[in-house]
Design a protein around this ligand. Sequence first.
Ligand SMILES: NC(=O)c1ccc[n+]([C@@H]2O[C@H](COP(=O)([O-])OP(=O)(O)OC[C@H]3O[C@@H](n4cnc5c(N)ncnc54)[C@H](OP(=O)(O)O)[C@@H]3O)[C@@H](O)[C@H]2O)c1
Length: 244
Amino acid sequence: MKQYVALITGASGGIGSAIATTLAEEGYKVALHYGSSKEKAEKLKDTLIGKGFDAWTVQGDLTKKSDVTSVVEKTLDHFSHIDVLVNNAGALNDAPIDEMSDEAFDQVMAINVKGPWQLIKAVVPHMKAKAYGRIVNISSGVGSFGAANKSNYGASKGAINTLTKSLCKELGPFGITVNAVEPGMINTPMTDYIDDKDKAAYISRIPRGKQARPEDVAHAVKCFASDAASMISGQIIGVNGGLR
Ligand SMILES: NC(=O)c1ccc[n+]([C@@H]2O[C@H](COP(=O)([O-])OP(=O)(O)OC[C@H]3O[C@@H](n4cnc5c(N)ncnc54)[C@H](OP(=O)(O)O)[C@@H]3O)[C@@H](O)[C@H]2O)c1
């Protein structure tokens, strides 16, 4: 099997580390991107290398264009190609709209939309040159269905969904697929702020009767990333136990 290289942003986080682990187990060489959580990323790298996988870390603040460029250049220097890009890094900054600052809106859009857009822009020339690429964007159910106090986050994930659909049309002729995954609420540092009562109320509405795990999201990413998924593009799949 050809050894594909996957760049996973936010691999230091809850969902990103599961995606990186699943892709490494699937035979991909993995570039583990992190922003500020160097220790978590290095620990994941050591664990994966300990299991005999090819893993490497790369740092960058994805709200800075220069960092995005250097993440892609360093990954290409290290692995010589990028076959799969998983735009997973993301952030929340919730507030009712009349209390949300302009800065909170701009910050969430910068991390959740402009960062992925810049990354795609930077990897596409390399994918086009190889006539092969898999881009998987981690969106959110909030992007399709909305949620109170998340007007910035919802707008950012809605934008990721239409970015996915637009780029699928543009990049298909070059052998590049673009898909998105919409997780439901997953237990990670991002959702630590939600209290147990609200989590229980959410879980009680899930037809499968339980919350999805980071590994469930990773499974959907693995499907989109696979060589065999060449005819699956522009799709947005929920990982939420049937909630939507
Ligand atoms: N958890 C959920 O319920 C849920 C539901 C739907 C969608 N999602 C989406 O899933 C993705 C992963 O979320 P998660 O739950 O795994 O959250 P998490 O554990 O908080 O991880 C977030 C990741 O994003 C990275 N990141 C944030 N801002 C960054 C920046 N400016 N530059 C570079 N990296 C940055 C963090 O890196 P550092 O820590 O290294 O800075 C971290 O690795 C996000 O796109 C999120 O919107 C999550």
